[in-house]
Design a protein around this ligand. Structure first.
Ligand code: ZN
Length: 185
């Protein structure tokens, strides 16, 4: 029991400082998702990046390309799924078999469209950074996860970093956004 309490406290502490072994593990994969998000930002896209991990290896990745393609469905997760389908084609693997053992890391909570796609494809595990208060499908707007209970979900992994990137995008994109003008007197 004391051990359980310790473990519980440990979990709580870890949740707070994000330094548990598990968090570090998630963060190591999330790093590449952030690289993709950064790439999106540099191309004038909403900075969201995503990687799909199978057997401790990144087998697919994607970033937002909505503006570039003028296609509102080209979210990071959808692009990563397309990359995964290609990977499966080349390797002659079934994506249905593969996805249940895959972890998908994305810097922002998947929207309703993406969580439906991931749920229907029976993704095994989803790890995301910050919440998506406008379109989130994992609890923020609706909770489609209730429908897809087999999918394990971990949230708030480096959420501050994800929020910071989004802020940079929205500040930069909107010419009417307030600049840091200092009053001279
Ligand atoms: Zn989406």
């Amino acid at each position: 029991m004391y051990k359980d309490l310790l473990a519980e406290n440990d979990d709580l502490n870890n949740e707070e400082d994000g330094r548990s072994k598990k968090s570090s593990y998630y963060e190591s994969w999330m790093k590449t998702a952030f690289d993709k998000a950064q790439e999106a930002l540099s191309k004038g896209e909403v900075p969201v990046g995503c990687v799909i991990v199978y057997n401790d290896e990144i087998i697919a990745s994607g970033r937002n390309t909505v503006n570039e393609t003028k296609n509102a469905t080209r979210h990071a997760e959808i692009n990563a799924l397309d990359a995964l389908f290609e990977y499966c084609n080349i390797k002659h693997l079934s994506y249905e078999d593969l996805l249940k053992d895959c972890s998908l890391y994305v810097t922002v909570e998947p929207c309703i469209m993406c969580i439906e796609a991931l749920g229907n494809l029976k993704l095994g595990k989803l790890i995301f950074g910050c919440s998506n208060d406008r379109f989130g499908g994992c609890g923020s707007v609706v909770d489609r996860h209730l429908e897809y209970r087999y999918m394990e979900i971990v949230k708030d992994i480096q959420k501050e970093k994800a929020i910071e990137l989004l802020k940079r995008f929205y500040k930069g994109e909107n010419p009417n956004a307030p600049t840091c003008k200092k009053k001279t007197n």
